[in-house]
Design a binder for this molecule. Structure first.
Ligand code: G6P
Length: 374
């Protein structure tokens, strides 16, 4: 087992560092030059993609967060309405299904009981949720039940993920979801050729951007010291960074056992602000997009209540370091891809906090890698 971890102390750290390579592997074969390769999605995929008018995403845990990010992409980039739901809820309710809806499941293992049950129910005659156009699974395990039972599969190439807290599976799911968005947009002629080229070029640059963020590990390790005595943490994000904040909070909970919550930054004053004081660190991701000015005013509200701020910000965003305001610069990236890049520092932060707390990073208490029973 030690050999498999190579030079790394834990599988989780190894898997965090594998992300540039496995993201590249997930892109490989799906693009030709600066264009998406529609044929690579399967012989009849182009025909199916052209018909899709709505998407229902179903998943659990970290995979659910990937689905939430995808919703922003599908609606903003190519105008396809999208609903996202945790499988454990979806499977037990009768769903009103729009015509020409694609059922999209996301799962690392392809064996999660609730996700499988949601797929089976959606297509069963005795318990129909509606008439779906077809099913597509985004999955990391080519021989899984989910892949076998879905009409189409888009494989993530993360390789075996051993750490219970998902890292590389998540960022490869996001990569696959962005490729899918581009493919759908191309099949439906709703994504301009220029936008396709730009996004593919940015995807090709993503692995090296991630390498740059991984090089900030020492800074992030130092920040982790501020969390040793803390019992709670609040993660804030806006837009597609809100699910990134959710995933950051989940990682901290899973491996450091610190209670963490995530909020869309605009909801701060509708409740969580009441909890903010010197004992409530607030972690936030601030890429340089249209919402950054609004985010800055949220941050002032936190400081006014003595909350300590940890900000992961685009190198061009002017947020100054000060007492109790810690800023980590993230290399500039195209806004669409920022959820993938900003996930990385949050993974590292959780990892280093867990190390300092001495928890079992790869096998956190009470959790399983794959939840195959209800
Ligand atoms: C468990 C794992 C999580 C994972 C979730 C969904 O809770 O600990 O890391 O995100 O299951 O698993 P799946 O294999 O369906 O992505």
């Amino acid at each position: 087992e030690a050999a498999d971890k190579g030079e790394y102390r834990h599988f989780m750290l190894k898997e965090i560092y594998e992300q540039p390579t496995v993201i590249q592997a997930t892109i490989d074969g799906r693009i030709t030059g600066d264009k998406i390769n529609l044929q690579s999605f399967g012989p009849n995929a182009e025909e199916l993609f052209a018909k899709v008018k709505n998407i229902q995403i179903v998943a659990c845990g970290t995979s659910y967060h990937a689905g939430l990010v995808a919703r922003y992409w599908l609606e903003a980039l190519i105008g396809i309405p999208c609903q996202v739901e945790v499988a454990s809820e979806f499977r037990y309710r009768r769903v009103a299904v729009q015509p020409d809806t694609l059922f999209l499941s996301i799962s690392q293992s392809g064996e999660t009981a609730d996700t499988l049950a949601a797929l089976r129910n959606a297509f069963s005659e005795t318990y129909p949720s509606g008439n779906y156009l077809g099913s597509l699974a985004i999955c990391n395990n080519p021989t899984s039940s989910l892949v076998r039972e879905s009409d189409f599969t888009l494989l993530t190439k993360a390789g075996p993920e051993i750490g219970v807290a998902s890292t590389k599976a998540f960022t490869t799911q996001l990569t696959a979801l962005l490729l899918l968005t581009i493919a759908l947009g191309k099949a439906q002629k709703t994504l301009e050729a220029e936008a396709e080229t730009t996004l593919i070029r940015e995807l090709r640059r993503l692995p090296s951007r991630i390498d740059e963020v991984l090089a900030s590990n020492k800074t992030i390790e130092k920040l982790a010291e501020h969390f040793i005595e803390k019992h709670h943490a609040l993660f804030l994000g806006r837009g597609a960074q809100y699910p990134v904040a959710m995933e950051g909070a989940l990682k901290l909970k899973e491996i450091s056992y610190i209670h963490a919550e995530s909020y869309p930054a605009g909801e701060l004053k509708h409740g969580p602000l009441a909890l903010v004081d010197a004992n409530m660190p607030v972690i936030t991701v601030a890429p340089n997009n249209d919402l950054v000015e609004k985010l800055k005013s949220n941050l002032q509200e936190v400081r006014a209540r003595e909350g300590e701020l940890f900000i992961f910000a685009d190198e061009d965003v002017e947020i100054k370091e000060a007492a109790f305001i810690h800023v980590v610069n993230i290399p500039h990236i195209h806004d669409v891809l920022s959820p993938i890049l900003y996930t990385i520092p949050l993974q590292l932060l959780s990892y280093y906090v867990a190390i300092l707390k001495g928890t079992d990073v790869d096998q956190p208490r009470n959790l399983a890698k794959s939840v195959t029973v209800e």
